[in-house]
Write a protein that binds this ligand. Sequence first.
Ligand code: NAP
Ligand code: MG
Length: 496
Amino acid sequence: MSAAEDYRHQITSISYRNKAFINGKYVDAASGKTFDCISPIDGRVLTKVAACDKEDVDRAVKAGRAAFESGKWSNIAPRKRKKILQKFAALVEQHKDELALLETLDMGKPISESLNSDMGGVVNCMEWFAESVDKIYDELAPRRPDSVSMITREPLGIVAAVVPWNFPLMMAAWKYSPALAAGNAVILKPAEQSPLTALRIAELASEAGIPDGIFQVVPGFGETAGQALGMHMDVDMVAFTGSTEVGKYFLKYSGESNMKHISLECGGKSPNIIFADVHDLDYAAKEAAAGVFYNSGQVCTAATRLLIQQDVRDAFLEKVAKYSEAWAPGDPLDPKTLMGSMVDESQMSRVMSYIDVGQKEGAKVAVGGKQALSETGGFYVQPTVFEAVNNNMRIAQEEIFGPVLSTITFKDEAEAVEIANNSIYGLQANLWTRDVKKAHNVARALRAGTVNVNATDGGDITAPFGGYKQSGIGRDKSLHAFDKYTQLKHTYIHLR
Ligand code: NAP
Ligand code: MG
């Protein structure tokens, strides 16, 4: 039996958690409504999932508030919270094969990615924040000797995490790991396209010893469950990852309700700048392709604008075209597949419509440009490279969120920086050069939360991640993540 056949066999006996997880139990939505959970691999309905709405969110917030106020999570010894979170991480690791398969079935990414990159990253993130719990100190302000001025961090209370479908469990883990570590109660709303892994780990949280009401999952749609969390008068914070458009709704929800804290990880249109003095043109071209086609281009940091210095343009494009072909979509259940499907039919249509727009704007398709594997019933797009793109075109300005690369030529350093920064986004930027002075100067001039030099992905749990401009507010990962899941209290004690 091939590995893909083996996975197909495993699917026949898989069981799906498809109810909301509220106050330690799986429950139906109050309305009894469900929605279809579709696999983009072949268009099949996997299961029907509880469609939560305002009433369910109310129930979860009530349970979360009671659990938070009881102190059985927020007010226990840090070492104890650490142990429970370590156990939670260990349980996720124990179930990583099952979780990886659920992730691949639910959103179509290759099984090797789900297993190694996604689940590996999730476990690492959970362990890292668990370990940090009893290693963070509070502060004393340098005041007169006859006073004590303490600055302490306190949890916020109820943190709602509203997350997208591109890395379903990983985007959730970046939020619930530090939020729980800081002592908050978390209510997670996974994207409607990919709720299965979030629902499965809810019971693992309970098994690890996280008290009822401290980790809850409310699947449902953005306009119902998502909005109810955003507008709730008793939710203290929303940690959001998703589009810039929806991120702005959360700012509005906050203003119209209780001024809850909002952190936003939103869209991107990352430039990847290739200077003519790059060390290794071939390696840079290989990475340029990987940087945009990984996860079918459904990555906020995807290096979708390739800026090539004119002297090396032809040679570089030829190599990028060659490496792009390796990313032809394949069966997501085959461990050798590099690129799987798009998350759903509407995302596939959106990408195809941008390919159309690019051609109408005058750009030329150099590679790909078509739908693929339609005989499977799934939703696949060829890796696509546009040449002759002008940075003012829509395909250079708007986030496509698919395997589409726009290539743009520049003449010198100043022009590269100007084009790179001409975007409403500022999540990440990459540059390739062997000149250390140029690397520093350009990195400094780029308006982005992350700059990679001679790489397209230097991210790690130890480094903060987030956006400039309309790519967001606040940072995930690293100890800086605690800034948003805690609030500072100043306590002054007069000793005279
Ligand atoms: P999205 O449409 O903005 O959705 C994100 C989440 O918000 C989903 O859970 C969604 O629920 C919910 N939502 C949608 N409309 C809502 C509304 N009116 N009120 C409240 N909640 C609402 O984004 P997506 O399509 O899932 O994900 C792709 C986007 O995420 C891209 O823009 C990408 O750049 C961004 N992203 C950013 C980062 C980062 O760290 N900067 C990382 C990954 C992805 P439903 O889907 O269930 O309706
Ligand atoms: Mg799905």
